[in-house]
Design a protein around this ligand. Structure first.
Ligand SMILES: C[S@@+](CC[C@H](N)C(=O)[O-])C[C@H]1O[C@@H](n2cnc3c(N)ncnc32)[C@H](O)[C@@H]1O
Length: 274
């Protein structure tokens, strides 16, 4: 069988999955260690037996519902490559809006705290595209911290990582705090697709207080960890803008702005400390 025939056959076995072809191609590129152009150039070639067997093994995991990014241990975010496994959330394209907003706003050599950093995708991208920023990432999960550190090395940026339950181990002040915290309430969490529910860490997704626990806590505590005039940026769920705005107002933030993602849904909220 040629590589093109293999793609067609294996994608067919993933019926109902719109991205099947794309995902099978991702597996093949990963196994053969080639990019998209070189894959296309190999469409009419045969695949060697060892690679094919490996592919069948990975394809089985795909059929069983594992996200392709965990199978190949890679996700692209802001044009950068991030190692991911089941200890960290797979960075979402929507989160790029958060990073882009801060990059547009911040032209100075400000200190930034990425709270709830997971793979480190937010903090590392900020540092990569604005080397003047001094970036610290914090996460409660030691495994996420380890992954974040290795992602900072592979992306060649100098970012500090601190294992911390929110601000417990943070002992300095920042000009900007950014966070994409867990924000899914219980009733929505249990309705998530199996791919997410069975594989992505609950610690990264679910939040008490109707999904608002982290917005409440971070807004309340951020005052102590922000310099005067400092800013707080959050990613939010599509239906949380009003509630998070009120939380931020209650905690002395003003000039609060909500921004939408590429699908037109509320995704980012930010404000300045009085
Ligand atoms: C939605 S994920 C975001 C990860 C990453 N920033 C991103 O955008 O892909 C939330 C992260 O919050 C972390 N987390 C959960 N509870 C926490 C806590 N109490 N303190 C610090 N981090 C926490 C999780 O380990 C997870 O990595």
């Amino acid at each position: 069988m040629t590589i093109n025939e293999i793609i067609i056959n294996l994608a067919d076995e993933l019926v109902g999955n719109e991205t099947a072809r794309l995902e099978v191609k991702m597996l093949i590129k990963h196994i053969l260690n080639i990019d998209e152009i070189n894959l296309v150039l190999k469409y009419n070639d045969k695949m060697d037996e060892e690679s094919y067997e490996k592919l069948i093994g990975l394809h089985k995991r795909l059929k069983d519902g594992e996200p392709v990014q965990y199978i190949i241990n890679k996700k692209e975010f802001m044009g950068l490559g991030f190692y991911v496994d089941e200890n960290v959330l797979i960075p979402r394209a929507d989160t790029e809006v958060l990073v882009e907003r801060i990059l547009e706003d911040e032209k100075n050599d400000n200190k930034v705290l990425d709270m709830c950093s997971g793979s480190g995708c937010v903090g590392i991208s900020l540092k990569k595209y604005n080397s003047q920023l001094e970036v610290t990432c914090a996460d409660i999960s030691d495994k996420a911290i380890k992954i974040g550190k290795s992602n900072s090395v592979s992306n060649e940026v100098d970012v500090k990582f601190i294992e911390s339950d929110l601000f417990i181990n943070i002992d300095e002040k920042f000009d900007i705090i950014v966070s994409n915290p867990p924000y899914i309430k219980y009733s929505e969490y249990i309705e998530l697709e199996n791919k997410v529910l069975d594989h992505e860490p609950k610690l990264a997704l679910y939040a008490d207080e109707n999904g608002l626990y982290f917005y409440n806590e971070i807004s309340k505590q951020a005052k102590e960890y922000l310099n005067e005039g400092g800013r707080l940026y959050f990613e939010i769920g599509y239906n949380q803008a009003e509630e998070v705005k009120n939380i931020m107002k209650k905690n002395s933030f003003y000039n609060i702005i909500v921004e939408r993602d590429l699908k037109g849904k509320d995704r980012v909220i930010y404000g300045t400390l009085k």
